[in-house]
Every structure is written in C-alpha cells, then in structure tokens.
Design a protein around this ligand. Structure first.
Ligand code: PEP
Ligand code: MN
Length: 365
C-alpha cells in the first residue's frame, strides 16, 4: 500500500501537532476519518521544542496509540523521527510513514544517523525542509536517505525561519521548493501550511497557493480541541474546520487537453518567449551603455559607485511602476540586481590594468 500512499495526487495528512493521550489521538482520528478526506493520521510523539520546558511529547508509549487509531479508523499513520532509535521504534510498531523534521534535516550528522537506521528497510520517508533557507542542506538530506536505498521518499515544505516576520511563522520562500522540484521531479511535494502560517486564518491562503503550484498534497495540523492543544495551538483546526477548509480548496491540474486551451496557451507562450528575447536584448544594450560609462569614469578617475545617481534611478523607476501592475518590491529587487551587475562590469574595467599587471608580473617570474 505504501508505494501508492505518497504517490497519490491530493494526499491529505492530518492530525494533532502532538499525541497527548490515547483518547485525544483516537477521537481526533475518528473525526478526521469521518470527513472522508484524510488519508494519513499524523502526530508527533517526540517533540523537538526550540526552548526547553515546553511539552516534549509522550515518547514511546504513544506508538501503540497509533495502532489503536489505525485499527479503529483504517487511516494510515505516521510520526516524526529525529534519531536512529526513533526509526527503530517506528519500524517496530509498523507505522506507515515517518518524517524527518525541520530541526533534524538541518543537521547532516542526524540525517546520516537516521539514514543508517533505515538501510535495508522498505520505509516511506518524508523529508521536511531544514529550518534555514539553505537548499543544499535539503538536497543533502534527500541524498543521504536515497543513498540508504530508500525509494519511497516525499518532500514537505514547511517554510523557513526568518527574523521578525509578522506575516508567517516560517516564511514560505516558494522559490526553494520550486527549485527542489526541478532537481527531484519524481518526488512528491507536500505543503505544510500549518507551520508556514502559524495561525489558522492564513491556512487557506497558503494551502491554495501550494495547489496553484501543483503540489501533490497537504499535511495540516488538526486537534479535536485546538484551544486546549499542548503545542502549536494557534495553528491547529478542529477536524470539522479542516473539512470546511479542504472543501474550499480548488485543486488544479497541470495542463488541459482541451484543443481550445492548447491553442490559446500556445499563442500566449509565444508572446512570453518574444518578450523574454526582447528583455535579453534590452539588458544587453543597457549593459553596453554601463560599460561606456565605466570607461568614462575610469578615464576621469571617478568612483564606480555613485549613491546619488543610484537613488535617482530607483526613485524614477518606482514612480514609473505606479502606472503598471508591477509591485514596488519587485521593481526594487530587479533594479538592485541590475545595479549589482553594472557595478561588476564597471569594476572589472577599472581593475583590468591591475590584473594585467599581476599577470605580467607572474609571467616574468
Ligand atoms: C511538526 O510537524 O509538528 C513539527 C515539529 O514540524 P517542523 O519540523 O516543521 O517544525
Ligand atoms: Mn507542530
């Protein structure tokens, strides 16, 4: 069953952040099963809290509660593992899947430890993105699990910690999971809107955004009494609220075979290609002018960076943006990248004599 478990398009994993008691887990599982929309029951039994003193999970005894919940509801079950010992325990209790949490995928030693314990097993493993926005760590974690011979792997995007972010608990930085999908096109990508949003009100928007990006499923925290939850209570919803949320979501397909759609999309894509070509030529011409300016500055011993001129360009561009549908943030970032490239070109020019000198020097020795 496992192969199809994470390969299912529209996979829904739901359950409390933490298993708190057998009664809490089984009652929540029953309500989730009743919605008819949930595939897998989730709950943490080993809770890596950022600060000590918080609820750190019920530990080993919670594993048998999953067996009860599974027997009573027919839902598949899964939990988070952070050590090789956890993996052994989860295998012993035959849970259907396990996931590597964000505080573990950040550490190659821990991931390797888990990978070693997984060797030779037929486990289903989901790998959450590491806490910090470093795609190489996420790739490394996937490779370690792949190298252990595990083939049933999925990815969970749970956002990245960032200082003083008011909108999200963990900033989504959608480019990173998009790049992960490009690198690992066969691995299902599951969104964890609960840990991205950090609050109930934002769950729907984040979930829909992930579906618009063609994610394969969702993992959402759901507790039978969210207000009393021992962990992450602001972001948990009741199973009934979860059903309402899931019903509001629009699942989109990657493409459509309708001839009318195909005809229109081809025309629009051709337009995009044309504009992209034009953009490259425009950028090329702009950089040639930057190069000429660089020559002029060099000949007159003038600095490459001129803050006043840069401010003037930025203000002009932002005010031009007001008559378009481009956002100010976008144009600021775009102009900053352009400016960095112009400075690089001008710096190369003004340092070229030094480089030549160095080369001449080394050639003489
Ligand atoms: C969790 O899923 O409950 C959890 C601890 O998540 P994360 O590792 O994403 O913080
Ligand atoms: Mn949680």
């Amino acid at each position: 069953m496992n192969k199809s478990l994470i390969k299912k398009d529209g996979l829904i994993i739901a359950g409390p952040c933490s298993a708190e008691s057998e009664e809490q887990l089984v009652t929540t599982a029953k309500s989730l099963a009743k919605t008819g929309m949930v595939d897998v029951l989730r709950a943490g039994i080993w809770k890596p809290r950022t600060n000590p003193g918080g609820f750190e999970g019920v530990g080993l005894k919670g594993l048998s509660w999953f067996s009860t919940a599974k027997k009573e509801t027919g839902l598949a079950v899964g939990t988070e593992v952070a050590t090789s010992r956890h993996v052994e325990d989860v295998l012993h209790y035959e849970l259907d899947l396990m996931w590597v949490g964000a505080r573990t995928s950040v550490n190659p030693f821990s991931v390797q430890n888990i990978a070693d314990a997984l060797k030779g097993t037929d486990s289903t493993v989901l790998i959450k993105n590491p806490i910090n926005p470093d795609i190489k760590l996420w790739i490394g974690a996937v490779e370690r699990i792949l190298n252990a011979g595990i083939t049933k792997i999925g990815l969970i995007h749970r956002g990245f910690s960032s200082y003083n972010n008011k909108e999200y608990r963990n900033a989504p930085i959608w480019q990173i999971p998009i790049e992960m999908r490009r690198i690992f096109p066969d691995l299902p990508m599951i969104c964890d809107p609960s840990h991205i949003a950090g609050k109930r009100e934002t769950l729907l928007r984040v979930s829909q955004k992930s579906l618009d990006l063609h994610y394969n499923g969702l993992i959402i925290e759901s507790h039978y009494n969210p207000e009393e939850a021992l962990t992450d209570k602001e972001q948990q919803v009741s199973p009934e609220q979860l059903a309402i949320l899931l019903n509001q979501l629009v699942w989109k397909k990657e493409s459509s075979n309708l001839p009318e759609y195909q005809k229109k999309i081809e025309i629009l894509r051709e337009q995009i290609n044309q504009y992209d070509d034009d953009l490259i030529h425009l950028l090329h011409s702009r950089m040639l002018v930057a190069e000429n300016i660089g020559q002029l500055k060099k000949a007159n011993n003038v600095t490459v960076l001129q803050s006043n001129r840069w401010n003037e360009i930025l203000h002009k561009m932002i005010s031009t943006t007001r008559n378009t549908n481009l956002s100010e943030d976008f144009i600021k970032s775009f102009m900053e990248i352009l400016h960095i490239e112009s400075i690089r070109i001008q710096n190369d020019l003004s340092n070229s004599h030094k480089m030549n000198g160095l080369l001449n020097f080394s050639e003489n020795v």
